[in-house]
Write a protein that binds this ligand. Sequence first.
Ligand SMILES: NC(=O)c1ccc[n+]([C@@H]2O[C@H](COP(=O)([O-])OP(=O)(O)OC[C@H]3O[C@@H](n4cnc5c(N)ncnc54)[C@H](OP(=O)(O)O)[C@@H]3O)[C@@H](O)[C@H]2O)c1
Length: 328
Amino acid sequence: MVKSNEVVKANEHFASQRVEGVVCVFAGATNGIGARTLERSVSLFQSATFYILGRSSARFERDQRPVLDSLKTPGCRIVFIETEVSLIAAVDAASSQIAAAESKVDYLFMSMGTGVPFGGAEYTSEGLEVCFALSYYSRARLLSNLLPLLRQAPNPRVLCVLNGGREKLIDETDLGLEKPGAWSVRGAIKHNTVLMSIALDRFAADEGNSHITFLHNFPGLVRTDNPRKKNPTGLLGLLLRFVNKFIVTFAQFLVGMSSKEAGERQAYHLTSNTYGPGSWRISLKGDVVPDNAALKHYREAGWMDKFWEFTVRTWDRALAQSSGGVSK
Ligand SMILES: NC(=O)c1ccc[n+]([C@@H]2O[C@H](COP(=O)([O-])OP(=O)(O)OC[C@H]3O[C@@H](n4cnc5c(N)ncnc54)[C@H](OP(=O)(O)O)[C@@H]3O)[C@@H](O)[C@H]2O)c1
């Protein structure tokens, strides 16, 4: 376990090294853990560039005043790319914008997520289920797109905040839970967790990425405003929303970590030299989680490639739908 005061000390030490000129890409940092990580990370570097991929710069400016104040650090350059990161086409457009402006990316941080969709599965305009899109498909796409730029950085690092270390066996015959009645919140979490970890392992296994550090972190219960997301209609929906908000908020109050501490910890994961190149799963308290049986299973018998082929097929289908080629 890495204690909170050790995390703070390590971050202060990193900041004292006055690392200059890094390029960071943050997706899912307009709220919650991501926003606090962004706020803390800005002060760790000198003359850094931060790309923030988010839905609304106006809302970000309105709701995240302390983060904005931190972004005023002298020399720090902020580029807000207003985009809907659940869409593959939008991720591609944002990636192209970054690639046109930068020759390298040092840090990629991804923390986008959504509250529990009580009314059942919801779909993006590209036909992807929203939890899958935010937790996996768009993250893997952003990472894949930015890989050439990450390869150009001296010590590149990718940090994915989701559910690392909690991989379980999944339905191998229905990776996207697309069969009728197959989708559930628990199922979506399980599938996204495994798909993400295995994708990071696959990236790390590529010789061209041998100097990149890939981290998949489980942040634990963190006091964010995550349950705010859903706006179910009808009386039952409103009731479920109230119950969810009450239960989650109460649980977060009892055992949750503050979003400030979570941000401090994620900034540590981004910069600490505890982790070297390769693919690692990190627990809420900062320990490396050893491979479990599910991960070992999916590293064998060609699953890594099968998962990846499925991912690429899903992207293609989404892009075909976004350009009007296919209907759901
Ligand atoms: N908080 C916890 O206790 C906890 C526990 C375990 C795992 N996690 C995981 O950690 C990650 C971060 O959680 P969090 O609590 O910080 O979440 P959060 O407060 O809800 O923030 C999530 C981020 O994702 C963005 N986002 C949400 N829906 C989106 C959509 N449809 N399209 C584009 N962007 C969208 C949000 O943007 P807006 O500002 O536009 O809303 C925000 O920047 C999530 O993947 C979550 O599943 C969290």
